[in-house]
Design a binder for this molecule. Sequence first.
Ligand SMILES: [Zn+2]
Length: 592
Amino acid sequence: APNPGLVTVAQHHSFIALPDSGYEMRKFDPRSGSNAFTFFDYATPVQSSLQKRYIPRHRLAKKDPSAEVSEAVEPIIYYLDNGTPEPVRSALLEGGRWWNQAYEAIGYKNAFQLKMLPDDADPLDVRYNVIQWVHRSTRGWSYGSSIRDPRTGEIIKGHVSLGSLRIRQDFLIAQALMNKPYAERDDNDKAMLELALARIRQLSAHEIGHTLGFSHNFAASTNNRASVMDYPHPYITLKDGVMDFSEAYDTGIGEWDKVTVAYSYTDFPEGTDETEGLNQILEKGQKNGLRYISDRDARPMGSAHILGHLWDGGNSASEELDRVLKVRATAIENFSIDNIRKGEPNTVLEDVFAPLYFFHRYQTEAAAKMIAGLNYNYAVKGDGQLVVEVADRGIQIGAMKGLFKTLDAETIAIPADKLALFPPRAIGYSKTRESFNGKTGVSFDALSAAETAADMTLGFLLHPERASRLIQQKSLDVKQLGLADLFTELIDATISRSHKDQYLNTVQGSINYRVLFHIMNLAAHKNVHPQVNALANEQLRTLRGQFMASDDVDAREMGRRITKFLEEPEEFKVIPAPKIPDGSPIGMDCTN
Ligand SMILES: [Zn+2]
């Protein structure tokens, strides 16, 4: 039997001669979508930059550079791990081969190929670009890495590592969203499998993209899914009340990917001014409205770009949040014992429900980033692109109102009649990192679920960097949304909100305590503008006055906590909400 104390490790060394000097380095441009290969050249004349920036890429040249369409001298060939099972195997082959569309667009014939790895080849052999299918126990990301010539950045071997577990997340999302999929029979999983395979095609293309030298484009989802290098959220729609997965994922290479391939791999005919040719490629993409925003501007919780988001969809973040919340509400309404198979412990239902309950999480993040958000490009002098501007007040207000729905018990409470679906967990079926967390011991904790969801929204909405940006934004334009305005609206939508239903009112209370803690967090935070501390403290004093005059016990408890906080703000630590189950990666992903 497997034994965690005994592990076999295989190490593979490849000793190879460095490539010949026939490789041509191409300069990096921050607008191109390619990664940067950089080094310092201290012999550079003083008027030029010491830091040299080129792109990593495979060696690729046309047999006939003057021909409109030509085969490559040596095509880029990738090999798929021959241990990959069907139907994953066919999906990975299909998705990976999408890249050839982008090479065709720059006049290559069969320049990008994907084949099965020969039986006698080692996947770690440096002579093969490989997509490896690996088993591992963690919720792993996939990786697209490469071995490069350290002198030039030439990619010698692309190596993609895909964790076999990841196909399960999309399957689970579909299982939760479908209306009573297992009511009639237990093998009714075709739609789930198709969604998961659609994701796998996308994943194959995405990870290979990294090994071709490309970085993420998190703005592509707002350009009608223009790139496989974005993180896609399954685009699931409601058609006449029925979940429709047919548009869940894109089915080919994107317009942005073609721009990046053209920049990195165009073989210009003799006599072409390469700098000019490369510029034209980028300007054409720009004219077509394509946007490019990568990790640093999208990944952090405090990031500001209004288009660059992970796992988002749609063209308007707040409209898409609204739409996602409707899909979620319908799926929750339909959710029943028939979302699991006959003979499965009822306990399993709770874990199927988790990704549905938090289905809005990534779109919430996207909408929150509209607040004090910026629109900008990696512009260069003279390219005519928008450099940077603050998001319109209307966009910010719209996003704020949308986000308030995620802090309203009406939207976020698990309907009372669904709670009977979630019994204490069966023996042998303990909680995992994919499960809800709570404070009620063995019983399912409906209040903690709402608290966790609300805390997620508030972590983005009242992020310290966002709060500091609101101070600056208001100082430059008095009509813009400011932090004090945000507090007023937020308190109106939460702490001042009451529900007739006792359960909803109690859930709202759990949400409201989180609102209070996040305002305290800003009041005590050391890395914000002091103006943020000032406004948050002022807000707390106002609230305390109202709370102490109230005859509601929760209001008075909040008042008591504010008093304690104001006496000893140094002692304050945000009490963490029960941890949100892992959601990322959805089927993937990866670093370079
Ligand atoms: Zn990636």
